[in-house]
Design a protein around this ligand. Sequence first.
Ligand code: FDA
Length: 308
Amino acid sequence: MLRTVLLAMSRSHGMERWIVNSRLTRNTVKRFVAGTTLDEAIAAAAELRSRGLQVTLDLLGESVASQEAADKALTGYQALLTRMAADGVEGSVSVKPTQLGLVLDSEACRRRLLALAARAAELGRKVEVDMEDSTLTQATITLYLSLKAEYPESRLALQAYLFRTLADVTSLIEVGGRVRLVKGAYREPPSVAMQGKRDVDGNFVACMDLGLRPEAVDKGFSLALGTHDDAIIQQALEWARQRGLRPQDFEFQFLYGIRTDLQESLVRQGWGVRVYVPFGESWYPYFMRRLAERPANLAFVLKQYFKG
Ligand code: FDA
């Protein structure tokens, strides 16, 4: 119930104005977002790199309303890549298709994504494509396949809560794709997505089982496990050991500020861990999704408020 309300709030412009200007949220936002400026993002990424973590940087923004805003997002990402290279920050960038104008004009969005990947490749960096709500799943997979044809190192997020995802993972294994498997962060109807945590977790594990098989790795498939779920991570480690997988065969991915203890423990054990580092002015929808995932975060916001 609370999750549904928070996800509905994440799309409300009225709530956005109120929350963005409120001191209520400031300290909690800092926990999940690396900052509003490029300087802050680069500093956060460099600090993570110094502790043996890999990074993917997200210039926050989504659902742009004009072609100019989509062009501006592309320019922002190109500046980010240039700065990563100048400061020696290795890693990838993660982008939302609606930030590059997918809903306005899918062909223009594809051109922008290819331009972004071209710049990333020039600088020895990579692109990851985030997955948004289920009305965009097929269009985003089509976009990724077009990107992959020219830039095979690119990665696509797929959401375990969707009924279709096991079949999507199976198809992408066949073509040697690169997938970031996540549980899914949007409000979806029962016609397309599982509603119960147990079902979603079960489907995540089923997709992970396929993606972590040596046959999948041999086909060039690469799985990134985008979860903070301890039980699932332990299952992945058990399978990796039983199946003789090496650290370069898959990776773990975490969101900035979440389960840093677990991130460090995996790095100490020699596994690859990438942290998703969001930054920028447009942090509101991202922040609301993080609150919706864990009601305890809302309690944290209120505690900060009453502390003054
Ligand atoms: P689950 O929600 O079951 O949480 C397991 C444990 O993790 C909790 O018990 C808690 O300890 C910790 N935890 C989880 N969320 C937390 C939070 N917000 N604050 C504090 N602790 C928390 N989604 C999507 O739809 N499209 C996408 O492209 C992406 N991309 C993406 C990249 C990366 C690197 C990650 C890790 C996640 C995403 N997601 C995403 C978000 C994903 O779909 C999901 O909503 C969150 O990861 C939460 O689910 P968990 O797998 O962590 O499990």
